[in-house]
Design a protein. Structure first.
Length: 69
């Protein structure tokens, strides 16, 4: 069973956890890492994203513009 614990409980997330939490695919996630937009760490073969780095990445995303209809 692969459950995603609440943000307050995790210091770092695995790639599948970030995928589930943010709703992006594996390819897009690794693209963001390669581009340097999302910092990642390695622990052996496992790629980890620090919770603080994920939060900073999400906060830095541009806000959606709402157009008047």
């Amino acid at each position: 069973m692969n459950t995603v614990p609440p943000a307050a409980e995790c210091a770092a997330y695995s790639i599948p956890q970030v995928m589930a939490r943010v709703g992006v695919g594996r390819d897009k996630l690794y693209c963001l890492i390669r581009e340097g937009r999302l910092p990642a760490r390695k622990l052996g073969r496992k790629t980890l994203i620090l919770a603080t780095d994920l939060e900073a990445f999400l906060e830095a995303l541009p806000k959606m513009r709402v157009s008047a209809a």
